[in-house]
Design a protein around this ligand. Structure first.
Ligand SMILES: [Zn+2]
Length: 211
C-alpha cells in the first residue's frame, strides 16, 4: 500500500467535497489528528471506518486502497491486486508475531536460568539463605508462566491452523491450543470443519476450503 499516495487522494477528495479535516473527523467520530495523519501518509484509515469514509468521499474502498480513481474496465484487476497486497501485509504481520513468540520464550528461559544461577551462588556461599533461593525461583517461574501465556496467545491468534485431513484452516480457542499435544507448532486438535482430531500445522494465510 502506498500510504503517501492514499493520503494525497483522501485530501484531494475531502477538498472536492469542501470539507475541512475537522468536518471529516466529526462525521467519522474521530480526531482531526487522525485525518491529518492519513493525509500525511503516516497511517491508513482503520478498517472499521473505511466503508463510512469511502461513502463520505464518494469513492470505493478499492479506489481508496489504490489511491486513485479507477476506470471501470480496470476495476476487477485492481481489486484483485489490492486483495493480494492486503493478504501479503497480513502474512508479514503474522510472521513477525510468530518470531516475537520465539524471542519472548528464549528471553524468558534465559531469565529463569540466570535467576537460578544467582540463587545457587547465594545458597552455596551462605546455607541460611534458602529463602533467597526460593524467592528467585518463584519470580523466575511466575515470569515464565506469564511469558508462556502471552506466547500461546500469539500462537493462537497469528495466522491459522491447517487441518491435515481436510486441509481447511481455522482459528482454535486459547484453551484448545494450550491443552493440545504439540511438537513445535504442530498441534493435535479437533478440526471444526471435518470434526476429526488430527495434527494441524501453522499456516500464515486462510484457505477458503476449496481445496
Ligand atoms: Zn479437517
Amino acid at each position: 500500500m502506498d500510504q503517501i499516495k492514499i493520503g494525497k487522494f483522501i485530501q484531494e477528495k475531502r477538498k472536492e467535497k469542501s470539507l475541512t479535516q475537522q468536518d471529516l473527523a466529526d462525521k467519522l467520530l474521530i480526531t482531526d489528528r487522525a485525518v491529518s495523519k492519513w493525509e500525511c501518509g503516516k497511517s491508513l484509515p482503520d478498517a472499521s471506518i473505511m466503508l463510512e469514509l469511502c461513502e463520505i468521499l464518494d469513492i470505493s474502498v478499492n479506489e481508496l486502497l489504490t489511491g486513485e480513481e479507477i476506470e471501470m474496465e480496470n476495476y476487477n484487476k485492481q481489486a484483485e491486486l489490492n486483495l493480494v497486497k492486503i493478504t501479503k501485509q497480513n502474512e508479514l504481520a503474522n510472521k513477525r508475531l510468530l518470531l516475537m513468540e520465539v524471542v519472548i520464550m528464549i528471553v524468558s528461559v534465559v531469565f529463569l536460568l540466570t535467576l537460578l544461577a544467582i540463587g545457587i551462588i547465594i545458597i552455596s556461599n551462605d546455607k541460611s539463605k534458602g529463602w533467597a533461593f526460593l524467592t528467585l525461583l518463584g519470580v523466575g517461574l511466575v515470569q515464565l508462566f506469564t511469558c508462556a501465556f502471552i506466547a500461546i496467545r500469539i500462537e493462537q491468534t497469528a495466522g491459522y491452523y491447517e487441518c491435515s485431513n481436510c486441509h481447511k484452516t481455522f482459528t482454535p480457542t486459547y484453551w484448545q491450543v494450550n491443552l493440545a499435544i504439540h511438537i513445535g507448532r504442530k498441534r493435535k486438535m479437533t478440526c471444526p470443519h471435518c470434526g476429526k482430531k488430527v495434527w494441524c500445522h501453522k499456516v500464515l494465510s486462510e484457505k477458503n476450503g476449496d481445496k
